[in-house]
Design a protein around this ligand. Structure first.
Ligand SMILES: [Zn+2]
Length: 220
């Protein structure tokens, strides 16, 4: 029994290491992320035990993450956990609300040009506090207004077109609208990312994470 358990643990850690070492092939980013999210939701995550082999390999040889993620700083949306990814798998930028800035854009340009990123995922999430504050439009202290000012253009249309909705529905619409807006912003604000997309070397995809179920819904 003890022997079988040991074998089982060895197999699981081997699979976890292999997952990280294999990288994510171009064209399989979405299905790989979906599969990882399913493992997370079903309590079958593999990538978060001590990854001795992967840490040693990426430490010695360098990183080659295939997927970059732009998402909110919200403590409930850690991309590596919700997609069951390991060390060296994801190249991540986060800020409250998850929006493009010159620094975020430059970071993704570096990911694409120097590290081999072929997919950027813009990931929104339900119950986003930053988007809620932007929708409410009340005065905010300190530098927080920088966030709401940056988020507002992406949800302006929701405020104009959906005045009839409940606050909850308005927020849900705004979260998705912001993801679509940021997908366009990343490309609009970068000649390098535009060219990579035109050359078929980069795709930008969007998704929304549900903080209550742990499930990610990819946008068409
Ligand atoms: Zn948020």
């Amino acid at each position: 029994m003890k022997h079988a358990l040991k074998l089982n643990l060895a197999l699981i850690s081997w699979i976890a290491v292999s997952l990280s070492q294999a990288g994510i092939p171009a064209g399989k980013a979405r299905s790989t992320l979906e599969a990882g999210n399913l493992r997370f939701v079903e309590g079958k995550a593999l990538a978060h035990s001590w990854q001795k082999g992967t840490v040693a390999k990426t430490g010695a040889l360098g990183q080659t993450p295939a997927v970059a993620v732009l998402t909110c700083a919200d403590s409930r949306t850690p991309p590596e956990l919700i997609f069951d990814m390991g060390v060296g798998d994801l190249f991540v930028c986060r800020n409250a609300g998850g929006f493009d800035t010159p620094e975020v854009n430059a970071t993704f340009e570096y990911g694409v040009a120097a590290l081999g990123v072929h997919t950027i995922l813009v990931l929104g999430h339900s119950k986003c506090g930053a988007i809620t504050a932007t929708l409410e439009g009340k005065p905010v202290p300190g530098n927080i207004s920088l966030l709401t000012k940056s988020l507002r253009p992406g949800i302006e249309k929701i405020l104009q077109d959906h005045t009839d909705l409940s606050k909850e529905d308005q927020l849900n619409h705004a979260v998705e609208a912001l993801v679509r807006y940021q997908m366009l912003e990343l490309i609009k604000n970068s000649e390098l990312l535009r060219k990579a997309t035109a050359d078929g070397k980069l795709q930008v995809i969007g998704a929304v994470y549900d903080v209550e179920t742990g499930r990610v819904r990819f946008l068409d």
